[in-house]
Ligand binder design. Structure first.
Ligand code: DX5
Ligand code: ZN
Length: 223
């Protein structure tokens, strides 16, 4: 089994010591930095936007995995692409014209991601599979870091994996919310390719060790 892609979530970093935390990410085995944008409308919380993206893009050597938890994301796709996003995720629930939105993300030179809330079935993606590079499965209700992982996510990912295989779709499966060493191996066994982790990385005694452990979580546990 190949190693998973790991995307630590900036939301759990120490913003008073952001340079330190970005240096840590730069030196770590992280593959991406996950950047959560919340607008206080689509989700009941507000996080950060363009000024922070600019600073992070200047100092972070890892590609940026931008998760837009905002209504009407079409208004901002160009700005996020220009701001340095490598992957842009829009929420399925926020996009009445998803085919157009995903196509636009690719036109802007980014990978197109679509995020699904825990209650959103994967079957609704059937007619846009060709437009998707990454499917982001929310394993918490989006809006806050540090929430408990929803166990049903494992079954959802296994079902999504079968769905993608049955439709010859090579989109990656990414998981976000409550991901830690305790569930990483189950998520990977179910078919996940990429793990987002906020609290379990930045609250660890040594975040770079936590990233390395997640990176190797496909290996059978020696414990
Ligand atoms: C939640 C965000 C997540 C969050 C994950 O709405 O989309 O990316 O940062 O944080 P943890 O890993 O603490 O659940
Ligand atoms: Zn996220």
């Amino acid at each position: 089994m190949i190693k998973p892609l790991i995307a630590p979530s900036l939301l759990a970093a120490d913003f008073a010591n952001l340079q330190r935390d970005l240096d840590l990410i730069n030196r770590s085995e992280a593959d991406y930095l996950h950047f959560d944008v919340m607008d206080g409308v689509f989700v009941p919380n507000i996080s950060f936007g363009f000024p922070l993206l600019k600073a992070v893009h200047e100092h972070c050597q890892k590609p940026l995995d931008v998760h837009l938890m905002i209504t009407d994301p079409d208004r901002y796709l160009e700005a996020f692409a220009e701001g340095g996003a490598s992957i842009i995720h829009v929420h399925y629930e926020a996009c009445p014209h998803l085919h157009r939105t995903l196509s636009r993300i690719r036109e802007l030179g980014c990978q197109a991601g679509v995020a699904l809330n825990p209650h959103t079935p994967v079957a609704g993606l059937i007619d846009v599979l060709e437009q998707i590079d990454v499917i982001l499965i929310m394993s918490v209700n989006p809006g806050f870091g540090g929430q408990a992982f929803i166990p049903h996510t494992i079954q959802k990912i296994a079902g999504l994996k079968q769905f993608l295989l049955a439709n010859q779709c090579s989109a990656l499966i990414e998981v976000d919310g409550g991901v830690s060493l305790s569930n990483a191996q189950s998520l990977l066994n179910a078919g996940a390719d990429m793990l987002v982790a906020g609290s379990s990385v930045f609250n660890a005694p040594d975040p770079s060790v936590a990233i390395t452990q997640l990176k190797n979580s496909h290996l059978p546990s020696l414990a």
